[in-house]
Design a protein around this ligand. Structure first.
Ligand SMILES: *Cc1c(COP(=O)(O)O)cnc(C)c1O
Length: 351
């Protein structure tokens, strides 16, 4: 026996870099705009004395705001410390069987990490050549299914009928639909929660609501699945979300006008930048997210372009694994000015 025999050892998820100096930061899909002024007010006017007390154990302030906004009852809503916390709790709760959980080979790279840390059997299913999910691949015995829609880091979206097809073929396992980017394109699977009790739709305020630093995520499902999720949460850490986050999240949800304005601007910038990328010879699928996953033209290695951009204080994301995406770069959509500077740098690097 050694000390290590008693220790749960894991290979952790690798987050995108958070450089301390000022750079053009297009590597972690954050929002280039500040949070809603209503969020700023909510935090400024917060009652500091209330911090003596534990926060709401049921996240009621936030869940009530989410409930009114989406028109979905509170017993179908669960909130957590970013969607990473929500997803991690979902893995722990819903994937306790013995059959493998299925998800694509190219998707959010946290899924296999949670499966490993919780000792969940899993199998990755290759996307096709064009990064499409083949729905029939998910119609077999499994312990659960996880689909990011739109997918990351590809930016490719599935139609709601395809998502429904996967959900309806898996009535004995939970299908998690991670909609971190749905506000930037595509149609949500949210209506499916009324029709199927095996689907959970996960959202985040980190991307489209400019609150990555607050750590707010939430999900929707059947009252039964939400109850199971709460039972596990209350068995791990009851007070997950802090009081300022609950208030900030409620304020963000309530300011729909601001939300529409910033998502609209990002979608517009994405269209303009896609044109520039095309002119520069990059190839990519149309994006339904706040990033573009693009392959540089022949002669320009993705890793070289990545390093050259970094030298110019422009950070994008380059994944070395799996090997078949190592020739791509994932570029977050920033402001028009930032994309202008990036396009200029790309021209110079590849010129
Ligand atoms: C960013 C992201 C998340 C995590 O978001 P947080 O709410 O910040 O934890 C989850 N899933 C996908 C696909 C993401 O890209």
């Amino acid at each position: 026996m050694s000390l290590e025999d008693n220790i749960r050892r894991v290979t952790p998820y690798t987050p995108g870099e958070q450089p301390q100096k000022k750079v053009i930061k297009l590597n972690t899909n954050e929002c280039p705009y500040p949070p809603s002024p209503k969020v700023v007010d909510a935090i400024k006017n917060a009652d500091m004395d209330a911090l003596r007390l534990y926060p709401e154990v049921d996240c009621d302030t936030l869940n009530s705001a989410i409930s009114s906004y989406y028109g979905i009852p509170k017993d179908r809503i669960f909130s957590g410390v970013g969607s990473d916390d929500v997803l991690s709790m979902c893995f722990l709760t819903y994937f306790a069987g013995t059959e493998p959980v299925l998800f694509p080979d190219i998707t959010y790279s946290f899924y296999d990490v949670w499966a490993e840390v919780y000792r969940i059997p899993y199998e990755t299913i290759p996307l096709d050549e064009d990064f499409n999910i083949v729905p029939s691949d998910y119609s077999r015995e499994n312990g659960g299914v996880v689909i990011a829609n739109p997918n990351a880091p590809t930016g490719v979206v599935l139609g709601p009928d395809v998502v429904e097809d996967i959900v309806s073929h898996n009535k004995n396992s939970v299908v998690i639909v991670d909609e971190a980017y749905i506000d930037f394109g595509g149609r949500s699977a949210l209506p499916l929660i009324e029709k199927y009790d095996n689907v959970v739709v996960v959202r985040t305020m980190s991307k489209s609501r400019a609150l990555a630093g607050m750590r707010i995520g939430y999900c929707f499902g059947s009252p039964k699945l939400i109850k199971y999720l709460n039972d596990v949460k209350y068995s791990v850490n009851s007070y997950t979300m802090n009081t300022p986050a609950l208030m900030a999240g409620a304020a963000a949800i309530e300011d729909d006008e601001y939300f529409r304005d910033i998502t609209g601007r990002i979608i517009k910038t994405r269209a303009d930048f896609a044109e520039k990328l095309k002119e520069l010879g990059f190839s990519f699928r149309e994006s339904s997210t706040n990033f573009i996953f693009a392959k540089p033209p022949a002669g320009a290695e993705a890793s070289y372009v990545f390093e050259e951009l970094k030298k110019r204080d422009i950070y994008v994301r380059h994944f070395k694994k799996p090997a078949r995406i190592a020739d791509h770069l994932r570029i977050t959509i920033g402001t028009d000015e930032e994309m202008e500077i990036l396009a200029g740098a790309l021209k110079e690097i590849m010129g």
